[in-house]
Design a protein around this ligand. Structure first.
Ligand code: ARG
Length: 469
C-alpha cells in the first residue's frame, strides 16, 4: 500500500515500483523525518487544523517510534516506498485516523528537502570535526619538526629551503578553507521548506516563522515553486566535500612521494602502511593511495548531481531522489578519507638528516643572488652571475659550500667574506620577511594562530537541538 494508491486501478508493476523505491537509502533520514513531522504536527495543532488530542497522540507516537528506531536500527525497515511512507505507516498502525491526519497540507516534496537539510545540519559538524582533527595532526607535526629544514618544490624540482613545519601548515591551511566551505554549505541548507506544499504553498494557516524557529532554521524559503526543487545546498555540500577530497588527495600525493625511497623525508608507520604479497621488502602507502583514488568518487558525485539538476523543469521531479545517495556517498568518502589521512599523518616520523641534506646545495642560488642584490647589483645581473656559477658547479659536481673565497670573488667582486654564510638553508629561511613566509618567527606565529583556530572552532557550539521536543 503506497501513500497514493487511491487513484490507481491496478497494482504497480514491480519492475517500475521497485525502481522508484528509496527506503533502502533514505532510511538514513529517519531521525530527521520524525523531527520534521513533530514540528509539523505541532504547527497544525497550533493552527487548530488538528485537535489537541490528535496532536498529542501523533506527537507521542512519533517520539515512541523515534525511540524504537534509535534503540534498534532494524526497526526502520519494511516494504515501504520511502522513509516518509514508513513513518506514516507506523503512525497509522498505532493510532489509526489521527495518524492519517498528519499529512494535512504537507507534501513529500517539501518534506524530503526539509529532511535532507536537517540531516546535513546534523552531519556537517562531524565532517568539520574530522577535518579539524587532521589540522591538529598537521599542527603537531609542525611543532615536532621544530627548526628542521626541507626543500620546497615547484614543477616538482627543488626550489627553496623551507621549514618542515611550514610544509605541514600549508596543508592545514587548505583544510581550514574546507572547514569554512562546509559551513557555507550548512548555511545554504539553513532554510525551512515547510509551508510550500507540493508546489503552490499550503492552504492551512501554519506559522512558518515559528516553525522555522522551532526547527532551528534561520529563515524560511522565499518561493514555494523554487523550494520544491531547489537542491543548491546539495550542490554546495558536494562541492565542499569534493574540494576537501582534492586537498586530501594532494596531501596524499606529497606524502606518497616524500615517504618513498628516493626522498625518504618521512617514514610511514608500520601501522599505516601495507606490504606486498610477493616482494618482502615493500612498504606501500595504500591508505594514501586510496585517499587519492577516492577523490574521483567525490568529484564524480558532484558532477553527476550537477548533470541531474540541469535539465529539470520547475517544481519537484523524481530525478531529485538521486540527491541522497550522492550526499551519503560523498559524506562517507570524506569521513573515511580524513580518518585515514589522520592515521597516516599523526604517525609519520621525520628523517631530519634526509630533509636537511636535501635542503642544501644549489637550491640556495636565489639566496646567493639576493646577496648580490643587497650589495647593489641589479637582480637581473645577479641572476646571470649566479646562473653562471651554478653551471660551473654543476659541471664540477660541487655546490656553493665547496667554493673558496677566491672562487667567490672570481665569480663577482661584490662577494664579501660573509657570502658563504648567506648560502645556507638556515640563512635562507631566516631571510624571509613576510608573515606568510617560512621565516622561523613567522612559522611559530602561524602555528600559534592555527592552535588558536583549533580551540575557537572546535568543538563547535551545538546548534539548538530540534529533537528536544
Ligand atoms: N523519495 C522521494 C525523493 O527522494 C520523496 C519525494 C517524493 N515526492 C513525490 N512527489 N513523488 O525525492
Amino acid at each position: 500500500m503506497t501513500l497514493w494508491s487511491g487513484r490507481f486501478d491496478t497494482a504497480p508493476d514491480p519492475a517500475a515500483f521497485d525502481f522508484g523505491i528509496s527506503f533502502g537509502f533514505d532510511r538514513a533520514l529517519f531521525e530527521d523525518d520524525v523531527t520534521g513531522s513533530l514540528a509539523w504536527a505541532e504547527a497544525l495543532g497550533a493552527a487548530a487544523v488538528l485537535s489537541a488530542e490528535d496532536t498529542q497522540a501523533i506527537m507521542d507516537v512519533l517520539r515512541a517510534i523515534r525511540e524504537e528506531g534509535r534503540r534498534d536500527p532494524a526497526f526502520v525497515s519494511g516494504p515501504d516506498e520511502d522513509v516518509h511512507s514508513f513513518v506514516e505507516r507506523k503512525l497509522v498502525e498505532r493510532i489509526g485516523d489521527a495518524g492519517r491526519r498528519l499529512h494535512t497540507g504537507r507534501s513529500r516534496n517539501e518534506q524530503v528537502s526539509l529532511d535532507l537539510r536537517l540531516y546535513l545540519r546534523r552531519r556537517i559538524p562531524l565532517l568539520q570535526a574530522a577535518l579539524a582533527r587532521l589540522v591538529a595532526a598537521c599542527a603537531d607535526q609542525a611543532e615536532q619538526a621544530g627548526a628542521a629544514l626541507m626543500p620546497s618544490y615547484t614543477h616538482l624540482r627543488r626550489a627553496q629551503p623551507i621549514l618542515v613545519a611550514h610544509f605541514f601548515l600549508s596543508h592545514a591551511s587548505a583544510l581550514r578553507r574546507d572547514h569554512a566551505k562546509l559551513q557555507a554549505a550548512a548555511d545554504d541548507a539553513d532554510a525551512l521548506t515547510l509551508g510550500s506544499g507540493a508546489i503552490a504553498g499550503t492552504s492551512y494557516p501554519v506559522d512558518t516563522a515559528l516553525l522555522a524557529r522551532r526547527l532551528g532554521f534561520s529563515r524560511v524559503v522565499r518561493n514555494s515553486i523554487d523550494a520544491s526543487s531547489d537542491r543548491d545546498f546539495v550542490a554546495s555540500f558536494l562541492f565542499a566535500a569534493s574540494l576537501a577530497m582534492v586537498h586530501l588527495s594532494r596531501m596524499a600525493e606529497d606524502l606518497i612521494i616524500f615517504t618513498g625511497e628516493e626522498h625518504g623525508f618521512f617514514e610511514l608507520s608500520d601501522a599505516s602502511a601495507t606490504g606486498s604479497s610477493m616482494m618482502p621488502q615493500k612498504k606501500n602507502p595504500d591508505p594514501l593511495e586510496l585517499v587519492r583514488g577516492k577523490c574521483g568518487r567525490a568529484v564524480g558525485r558532484l558532477t553527476g548531481w550537477l548533470v541531474t539538476m540541469k535539465g529539470l523543469p520547475s517544481g519537484y521531479n523524481k530525478d531529485l531522489q538521486e540527491d541522497k545517495e550522492a550526499v551519503f556517498d560523498a559524506e562517507h568518502t570524506l569521513a573515511v578519507s580524513s580518518a585515514a589521512a589522520h592515521a597516516v599523518v599523526s604517525r609519520l616520523s621525520l628523517n631530519v638528516q634526509r630533509t636537511g641534506h636535501a635542503a642544501s646545495g644549489l637550491m640556495l642560488a636565489t639566496d646567493v643572488a639576493d646577496y648580490l642584490v643587497s650589495r647593489g647589483v641589479p637582480f637581473r645581473r645577479a641572476h646571470e652571475v649566479v646562473g653562471a656559477m651554478v653551471r660551473r658547479l654543476l659541471a664540477e659536481g660541487r655546490d656553493f659550500s665547496d667554493l673558496t673565497m677566491a672562487q667567490w670573488r672570481d665569480a663577482s667582486e661584490m662577494f664579501g667574506d660573509d657570502a658563504p654564510r648567506a648560502a645556507t638553508a638556515l640563512a635562507s629561511v631566516q631571510a624571509r620577511r613576510t608573515p606568510q613566509s617560512t621565516n622561523p618567527d613567522a612559522v611559530r606565529a602561524a602555528l600559534r594562530e592555527c592552535r588558536d583556530w583549533l580551540i575557537s572552532e572546535n568543538p563547535k557550539p551545538q546548534p539548538p537541538s530540534p529533537n528536544a521536543q
